[in-house]
Design a protein around this ligand. Structure first.
Ligand code: NAP
Length: 244
C-alpha cells in the first residue's frame, strides 16, 4: 500500500513512534527514524523492520527543536532515501508542574520540542512533498491539548498549538496534494505514562472502553490518515471515548 514511499517518523525508536514505524513498514513504506538519542534501540528497530518487511530503514540522530539540525537531517534523508511523502511528527516530551511552580525553562523546552519541532520538520519536508507531488503529514497531539489538563500548561499549550498548525498546513497545502491531520491520543501505555499505572490513575477509571490505549491503537489511526487521500485538517481522537 505504501511501497515506493519513504516515511519519516520523529521519536520513532520507542513507544507510539516505534509502533507507527512497524505499522508503516508492514504496509511497505521505507522508514527514516529521527530521534534525539537512543541510537542502539533505533538501529535494532531498523534492522527488525527491514528484515521482517523487506524495506529500507535508516536512523538519524536529530533534535527536532533545532531548526538547522532538522534542515541538515532532512537534506541527508533526501539523499539517502527515495520519494519522501510521509511525515509523522511524534517526538514529544513532558515537563509537568502546576503553573505557579512551572519555570520558564520547563515551558520553553516543551514548546520547543512538541510544537516548534513539528514546524521545523514540516517546513523542511514541504519542499520535498511539493516536488514529489504528494505529502501525508500526521501530527501527534493529545487530548490534553483539546481539554486542558491541570499540571500540564506547557504540554497542553504545545498540543493545542499543534491543532492550529495542522489545520493551517492543511489549508495552505491542500492544492498540492499534501494532507495534514492530527491524532489526539488519550491515555496510552508507554514510557511517558509509566509512572502513572492504569490502576491508580483516576483517568483510567473514566475511560469508557475500560482500558488504557496501546501504541498500536495510535499506529492504526496514523496508517488510516496516511493512506487516505480525502481526509485533511481533522483531529482524530483515539482515546477510548475519554473525551466524549
Ligand atoms: P515516549 O515513549 O516518551 O517517546 C518519545 C520519543 O520522542 C522518544 O523516542 C524520544 O527520543 C523522542 N524525542 C524526545 N525529544 C526529542 C527531540 N528533541 N528530538 C527528537 N526526538 C525526541 O513517548 P510516547 O508516549 O511514545 O509519546 C509519543 C507522542 O505521543 C508524544 O508526542 C506524546 O506527547 C504523544 N502522546 C502520548 C500519550 C501517552 O499517553 N503516552 C498521550 C497523548 C499524546 P529518546 O528515545 O531519544 O528519548
Amino acid at each position: 500500500m505504501l511501497k515506493g514511499n519513504t516515511a519519516i517518523v520523529t521519536g520513532g525508536s520507542r513507544g507510539i513512534g516505534a509502533a507507527i514505524v512497524k505499522e508503516l513498514a508492514s504496509l511497505g513504506a521505507d522508514i527514516a527514524i529521527l530521534d534525539i538519542g537512543n541510537e542502539e534501540q533505533a538501529q535494532a528497530l531498523c534492522e527488525q523492520v527491514s528484515k521482517e518487511y523487506g524495506i529500507k530503514a535508516n536512523y538519524y540522530t536529530c533534535n527536532v527543536a533545532d531548526f538547522d539540525q532538522t534542515k541538515e537531517t532532512v537534506d541527508k534523508i533526501k539523499k539517502d532515501m527515495d520519494n519522501v511523502t510521509v511525515l509523522v511528527n511524534n517526538a514529544g516530551i513532558t515537563r509537568d508542574g502546576l503553573l505557579m511552580m512551572m519555570s520558564e525553562k520547563q515551558f520553553d523546552d516543551v514548546i520547543s520540542v512538541n510544537l516548534k519541532g513539528a514546524f521545523n520538520m514540516i517546513k523542511h519536508c514541504s519542499k520535498l512533498f511539493i516536488r514529489n507531488k504528494c505529502g501525508r503529514i500526521v501530527n501527534i497531539s493529545s487530548v490534553s491539548g483539546l481539554s486542558g489538563n491541570a499540571g500540564q500548561a506547557n504540554y497542553s499549550a504545545s498540543k493545542a498549538g499543534l491543532v492550529g498548525l495542522t489545520k493551517t498546513v492543511a489549508r495552505e497545502f491542500a492544492a498540492k496534494n499534501i494532507t495534514c491531520n492530527a491524532i489526539a491520543p488519550g491515555f496510552i501505555a508507554t514510557d511517558m505514562t509509566a509512572d502513572i499505572s492504569a490502576e491508580n490513575n483516576p483517568l483510567a477509571a473514566s475511560i469508557p472502553l475500560g482500558r488504557a490505549g496501546t501504541p498500536e491503537d495510535i499506529a492504526k489511526a496514523a496508517a488510516f490518515l496516511i493512506t487516505s487521500s480525502y481526509v485533511t485538517g481533522v483531529v482524530l481522537r483515539v482515546d477510548g471515548g475519554l473525551g466524549m
